[in-house]
Design a protein around this ligand. Structure first.
Ligand code: SF4
Length: 65
């Protein structure tokens, strides 16, 4: 699997430097994605979420359970 960059730092699969450690992810469209797909990941702020409904990624798992 390619490296997946992600700013949702409240996910149990999130790792330092905005990397995803999940072995499989499911992504859906997001009409209001908020930034250009060409944006540099290092220039993006972390974007905590409480539930998968707040992300584009259906694999999100809150690290608090
Ligand atoms: S939200 Fe999705 S892409 Fe981001 S770290 Fe979690 S599983 Fe990976």
């Amino acid at each position: 699997m390619p490296d997946v960059s992600c700013t949702v730092n409240t996910c149990k699969y999130w790792e330092q430097n905005n990397l995803c450690s999940a072995s499989h992810i499911v992504i859906q469209t997001d009409e209001g994605g908020g930034f250009s797909p060409d944006a540099s990941i290092s220039s993006l702020a972390e974007t905590p979420a409480s539930s998968k409904d707040e992300t584009c990624c259906q694999t999100f798992k809150n690290q608090r359970g």
